[in-house]
Every structure is written in C-alpha cells, then in structure tokens.
Design a protein. Structure first.
Length: 113
C-alpha cells in the first residue's frame, strides 16, 4: 500500500516562506513522477510543480522563480518563497507509476496580506 504524507503547511505573512515535505512509504525512485498540486474551494486542482524520474522539473508559470521542488530517495519537498495571498490553498502531494496515481491527504497553506 503506497502512502504519501504531507507536512509543513501553516500560516505565513505575504513575502514569507514555507517548506512542504511529502514522505513516501516506498522509495521515490519507484515513481515515474512526483508532484505538488494545490486547490482552493470552487476551483480545480492545479499543478504547482512536478519532477519526473529523469529529474526533469516543470513549474506552473505563477510560481516560477519563487518555488523549488526537490527530491531525495524517500521524500519530495517544495520550498516556497516570496509567498503571496493568492498562494493560499490546500497543497497535495501526487505520485504516479504504471497506471496508478496516488494522492496525499493535503496540507493547508494560508498566506495573509
């Protein structure tokens, strides 16, 4: 049973930083990709950042230059700097391998103005 467990959410003022982590119950290298998504009420879940098995990284346009995704053998992290109120959302860890997709339970990030 694959489990993804996020941590590191919280409340921060605009301009501040937070670091999210996602621990995987299996080695991260077993996934074709791992990613961070976010969702606000009433909107679709959107991709924030993704790293594939080759180490190629993709960012959403509105987080480029502010967020950094990283991966080691047991977890991925999302370093979020220069946070804005519009970054407020529930952030979800996501991973995929073969035909299976996995999601974490989500962690709330709130950025106050």
């Amino acid at each position: 049973q694959v489990q993804l467990v996020e941590s590191g959410g919280g409340t921060v003022q605009a301009g501040g930083s937070l670091r999210l982590s996602c621990a995987a119950s299996v080695g991260t290298r077993s996934f074709n990709f791992m990613a961070w998504y976010r969702q606000v009420p009433g909107k679709q879940r959107e991709l924030v950042a993704l790293v594939n098995r080759y180490g190629t990284i993709t960012y959403a346009d509105d987080v480029k230059g502010r967020f950094t995704i990283s991966r080691d053998n047991v977890k991925i992290a999302l370093q979020m700097n220069s946070l804005k109120p519009e970054d407020t959302a529930i952030y979800y860890c996501n991973a995929g391998r073969s035909t299976e997709i996995y999601w974490g339970q989500g962690t709330q990030v709130t950025v106050s103005s």
